[in-house]
Design a protein around this ligand. Structure first.
Ligand SMILES: *Cc1c(COP(=O)(O)O)cnc(C)c1O
Length: 444
């Protein structure tokens, strides 16, 4: 059945859902997935996600639940906390936040009051919408009532500008608007943020240092990026499905002294059910990262540098060439010479190459809109998990150049992408991979 044609009965509707799901799986087997915020979970994580845990409630802290039936759920959640503490060398971990957005809301609730000032990167500078101002509908402003002031980005270095940040902080303090929370971290996060350089000044007036590790959690766990808790962060929020290759979920890391306020913000503040099947999946992913994370994260950084270099040599304006393009999984490309980010994204998708449009830090000032920005963002987490290495990065850069620069027929490139993709159907960096990465699993 195609496009809903011929749907008459509820049974048809029922079949149609499965038809679409299966088509999605088949398509992803044949694509090159380069969305920086995505990844593929292992068959073990997918198995955990199908369990009865997903039908249960476990409000409260493990061992002190306000629901019955949690005997095994509690043990899994304790195991998850234990493994995450080990992975991130954290004194306190809360694995209940069901996503990175909820994790950030837990942080805002635990450490600030509505009306307080928070500092973070703006969205064109790589900040996430959860850090956004009220007028933009951002979570910090519109949901928690924070006044958001921006941390300055150095456009050339693609990281926070320390001197300008210090000046801006001093200015706010001078005006009696000292920030209560300074959030580091970003959605375009090629280089570490200068927490160490700013920690003293931020702590000097009693503010909290937050670090949004949604994108880089798997790299931190694998020892390949900065270590925010050792550099001065008081609290770290996570997504568990970007470079951290688990199911879609979240988490918060902190120090024991902050435990009670974080717990209370999570429940009763932010959660009732907390996706217990996902907690089980995160536990499995933690074990995989403890075993394979180092190797995985170091390959990610090698692949990202290799892909960026190959694209650069192929004629693309990959930013931050003078410092090796990236130290993480992600790179930012100024695509204005070839079109706008939105159109480029659509064109590449027709050749089975999945990337996303992205604002460049200076786009808004230059009058570009987020639907048609000047940039594209590419990440290598998922292709790394599929077992690709540096030589495959060269091939991928070539596919992208054939579409965007040489404007070859899309059907022809797509056929070659599908052929290339056949060899990468298993998930790597995991204990068991008998089932193929995107295999559709039927248990009806
Ligand atoms: C993706 C992202 C989030 C949101 O994470 P979800 O798990 O999708 O809710 C938060 N912060 C940053 C910086 C992100 O990139």
């Amino acid at each position: 059945m195609q496009e809903g044609v011929g749907i008459v009965t509820s049974q048809d509707e029922y079949n149609h859902v499965f038809d679409l799901l299966q088509q999605h799986h088949k398509w992803f087997q044949q694509c090159i997935p380069l969305i920086a915020s995505e990844n593929i979970a292992s068959p073990a994580v997918r198995e955990a996600l199908t369990t009865d845990f997903g039908n249960r409630y476990a409000e409260g802290w493990p061992g002190e639940r306000v629901y019955a039936g949690c005997r095994f759920i509690d043990q899994v959640e304790f195991q998850c906390i234990k493994l995450m503490k080990k992975l991130f060398k954290a004194e306190f971990v809360d694995v209940r936040p069901i996503s990175g957005v909820v994790a950030n809301l837990v942080v805002y609730t635990a450490f600030t009051e509505p009306g307080d000032t928070m500092m973070a990167l703006s969205i064109p500078a790589g900040g996430h919408i959860t850090m956004g101002k009220k007028k933009l509908g951002g979570t910090a402003g519109a949901v928690h009532g924070l006044i958001v002031e921006y941390l300055p980005l150095d456009y050339k270095e693609l990281t926070i500008d320390v001197d300008r940040a210090k000046n801006r902080i001093k200015k706010l303090v001078g005006e009696g608007r000292s920030p209560k929370l300074v959030m580091f971290g970003a959605s375009v996060f090629p280089f570490p943020h200068p927490i160490k350089d700013l920690a003293d000044i931020i702590h000097s007036f009693g503010a909290t240092i937050g670090y949004d590790a949604a994108h880089v959690a798997g790299l931190i766990g694998g020892g390949q990026f900065q270590d925010p808790l050792r550099e001065g962060a008081d609290v770290v929020s996570l997504s568990t499905h970007k470079t951290f290759f688990g199911p879609q979920h979240g988490g918060v890391l902190s120090w024991e002294t902050n435990a009670e306020k974080i717990k209370r913000a999570a429940f009763p503040g932010m959660l009732s059910n907390h996706h217990l099947h996902a907690v089980a999946g995160v536990t499995v992913a933690c074990a995989e990262l403890l075993e394979f994370g180092k190797e995985y994260a170091s390959q990610i950084v090698k692949n990202a540098k290799a892909l960026a270099q190959a694209l650069y040599e192929g004629g693309f304006n990959v930013l931050a060439e003078h410092k090796g393009f990236t130290q993480s999984h992600v790179m930012l490309i100024d695509i204005t010479k070839h079109g706008d980010g939105g159109t480029i994204e659509e064109t590449l998708e027709k050749a089975n190459i999945i990337i996303n449009r992205n604002l460049l830090p200076w786009d808004i000032k230059e009058g570009r809109h987020f639907m048609h920005p000047g940039g594209i963002r590419l990440g290598v987490s998922e292709i790394t998990r599929l077992g690709m290495k540096e030589s495959e990065m060269t091939e991928i850069a070539e596919f992208v150049a054939r579409v965007i620069i040489r404007k070859e027929p899309l059907e022809k490139v797509k056929a070659d992408v599908m052929e290339f993709r056949k060899d990468y159907q298993k998930v790597h960096y995991c204990f068991e991979n008998a089932t193929e990465a995107y295999k559709y699993i039927k248990i009806r």
